[in-house]
Design a protein around this ligand. Sequence first.
Ligand code: HEC
Length: 154
Amino acid sequence: MARALIVVFVGLAVLLGVVIARDRPSADQQAVVYRQALMTVIDGTFDPLLQMQAGRRPYDAALVREHASRLPLLSGMIAEAFARNTSATRAVNTAALAFVWSNHPAFLQSVQRLQGDARQLQSAAASGDQARVVSAIRVMALECDQCHRRFRGD
Ligand code: HEC
């Protein structure tokens, strides 16, 4: 009787362990969630500027300055967010191509260019020269597109 109970308890403990292990996101999944969240924040910061550049939103110099001041820091976080190579697992929902890690130096160069663009945009915003700001936004948007074309599927 006691032995049967022990077997039952051990069985339950194992089952619980399995349930917990399945519920906890894997390190790969966490890495994907983190980098997609960073990209979402970068997008949320950059998109209003893109809208102004396209004339779809009135130009607001104060908002440009505030958002532009965040972009060098945010773009500087991309390299770390993509440090973990998740290309070996199929169990994650990602648009990142394996090329991100198989050609990592090129990926990092793109990150650096984006950071440089973000700094240019920040100093343009500080100068108050709207034409300079608009062209800096365009330059930065090109780098977003270029990296996505090379390193992101879909
Ligand atoms: C160095 C390369 C690189 C640059 C530069 C870059 N991205 Fe990305 N971005 C990626 C990759 C790779 C993914 C796919 C991530 C994934 O699904 O795991 C991505 C995903 C995204 C996503 C989708 C996020 C999600 O929830 O799935 C958005 C939005 C985005 N990027 C916006 C931007 C914007 C805006 C810029 C420019 C200001 C930018 N990105 C610059 C590489 C880059």
